[in-house]
Design a protein around this ligand. Sequence first.
Ligand SMILES: [Zn+2]
Length: 132
Amino acid sequence: MAATARFWRELSHRYNLVGTHCRKCDSYFFPPRDVCPKCRRGGDVEEYKFKGVGEIVTFTVVHQGKKDLNRRLPYVLAIVKLEEGPCLLAEVMCDPEEIRVGMRVRAAFRKIGEDGERGIIYYGTKFVPALT
Ligand SMILES: [Zn+2]
């Protein structure tokens, strides 16, 4: 049961882009870390909900996958660098022709359960192009 609870807690973190922030050195972490790797025991770590704004560092267009009603092919997977610093792997919901390195994106926050299971488990938060 503990493993299940942990799984759901982590899922919730991924879905809501909740990480941690160290008040001492002002570093941000995603996924959340209980201890600041820079300050170790001297750190002062708090939960932090990311604003969900960032830019594309690199990306790949996925053309193949299991047949899945919840997943259109092809789709875009990208490393997104959040404004606060951390990077994460996420799906970007846009036309594969449209995606560019450096493109601004924002998180499309959704409730757990709205999406297909694969989307939740593998990618958590999805991003959409941000209008700048
Ligand atoms: Zn720190």
